[in-house]
Design a protein around this ligand. Structure first.
Ligand code: BG6
Length: 281
């Protein structure tokens, strides 16, 4: 097991390694996981854009951005909320013989309260186990009034070739099609191939999703996250994203675990917790 603080571009970051040799890198900026290399595949599982901007105030394109307290533009806050654009604080590190867990914390301050007038504590805990990466988000209401929020762990998977991946687990779910005016659409009943721009919010109630690549199978499970988002910008949108290569759409797909369609409401002193579990098989 090892745990090391390094400087990664403009922010401190933490390199985690478990006794099996699985490794992860987590930035203090955004509490964003930027790398996960399981020993089993010895390959980077998360996509980090080679043109990602490492600059305070901007979101890092890749890894696992934390969208909180708003998903996308479903509200008045900046896109995907403010958590991905802020420096979190080191909270704790826990090690057992089997795993290592790093926790980072974000609390309200003058700037967050100007955007979102609540006192809160959000904690991201990243656990590295054999072939498994768990990312837990917990949110505690430290205010005297209830608040509501939406959120997601916006996971960018690194793939060799978008044409050869297949996604299953979502075929029975209806979805909101964000590339077709937010229309609600019925389940397709087919395993998914990505061959065009895709931006869908599935109400899938936390069923596991399988991403089958040529090299390995990755299972995305979750507890507490009730929706899943599937996103690939495809050709035109890739060309319009300045922190993303024109052909970047070939090497990534986002499968995000979130709570989007029915916001979470928590009362004073209450805490809400959800976890995304990625496993290589
Ligand atoms: C996805 C959204 O979660 O994130 C898409 O469903 C959005 O609509 C994408 O384009 C990327 O968002 P951003 O703000 O990181 O460019």
């Amino acid at each position: 097991m090892s745990f090391e603080e390094i400087n990664f571009h403009f922010s401190p970051a933490y390199r985690l390694k478990n006794k099996y040799g699985d490794e992860a890198l987590v930035s203090l900026y955004g509490a964003q996981v930027l790398s996960w290399i399981p020993r089993k595949t010895q390959k980077e599982s998360l996509f980090l854009s080679p043109l990602a901007q490492f600059e305070a105030g901007k979101a890092i394109r890749g890894g696992i951005p934390v969208c909180f307290p708003q998903f996308g533009s479903l509200g008045n806050l900046p896109a995907h909320g403010f958590a991905r654009n802020r420096f979190w604080k080191f909270h704790k590190i826990e090690e057992t013989s089997e795993h290592i867990t790093l926790s980072l914390i974000l609390s309200d301050d003058v700037e967050t309260r100007a955007l979102w007038p609540y006192t809160f504590e959000a904690v991201i805990s990243v656990t590295l186990e054999l072939g498994t990466l768990k990312t837990q988000l917990s949110v505690r209401n430290a205010d005297q009034k209830p608040f509501s929020f939406t959120c997601a762990l916006h996971t960018y998977f690194n793939i060799d070739d978008v044409n050869s991946v297949q996604i299953s687990g979502l075929e029975e779910c209806s979805f909101i099609d964000q590339v077709d005016q937010g229309k609600k659409k019925e389940a397709s009943w087919n395993k998914l191939k990505i061959n065009t721009e895709i931006d869908r919010i599935y109400e899938n109630g936390s069923k596991p999703i399988v991403l089958q690549t040529e090299a390995y199978k990755l299972v995305i499970a979750s507890e507490g996250f009730t929706d899943s988002v599937l996103w690939n910008p495809w050709i035109d949108k890739s060309c319009n994203l300045k922190d993303f290569p024109d052909d970047g759409y070939r090497s990534m797909v986002c499968i995000e675990s979130g709570v989007i369609t029915l916001p979470i409401k928590i009362q004073p002193k209450e805490q809400w917790v959800a976890v995304q579990i990625l496993s290589i098989e």
